[in-house]
Design a protein around this ligand. Sequence first.
Ligand code: GTP
Ligand code: MG
Length: 141
Amino acid sequence: TNRTLTILKPDCVRKNHVGDVIAHIQKAGFKIVAMKMTRLTAATAGGFYEVHKERPFYGELCAFMSSGPCVPMILEKENAVADFRKLIGATDPAEAAEGTIRKLYADSKGENIIHGSDSDENAAIESAYFFAKSEEVANLA
Ligand code: GTP
Ligand code: MG
């Protein structure tokens, strides 16, 4: 098994879709290893999305990600990173496949409800950004 890092973004919390999205994720076979509700500052959101800092939407992205509480989680499953990206669907919900989380719940490319790590290496870096090792559940019974 391996792990991925997800964030239920502020639009997910605002629209009260947290429970539905977590149920969707669990039904797809992902185990929750760590979870919290937190609010990012513009600076911590900026650090998280540092790779996009030259992109025209960076300011908008940081403002959105710090606009309210979000729910980061570490998830575990075989082939977690790729399977989770498939479960959430394309970045733009208009292009996301039927039945994906973004197709079902997201409104736009900017407000697309959920994040998923894009590599094992980034999953580890992003997990450490939100969670201390002591916050990860040791035994997923
Ligand atoms: P994440 O899982 O959030 O990393 O999304 P992604 O990997 O599908 O997309 P990418 O890493 O390319 O972009 C990161 C995030 O930036 C997206 O999820 C969007 O929230 C935001 N974003 C991407 N493109 C645009 C855009 O054209 N406009 C705006 N406002 N936001 C964008
Ligand atoms: Mg990305």
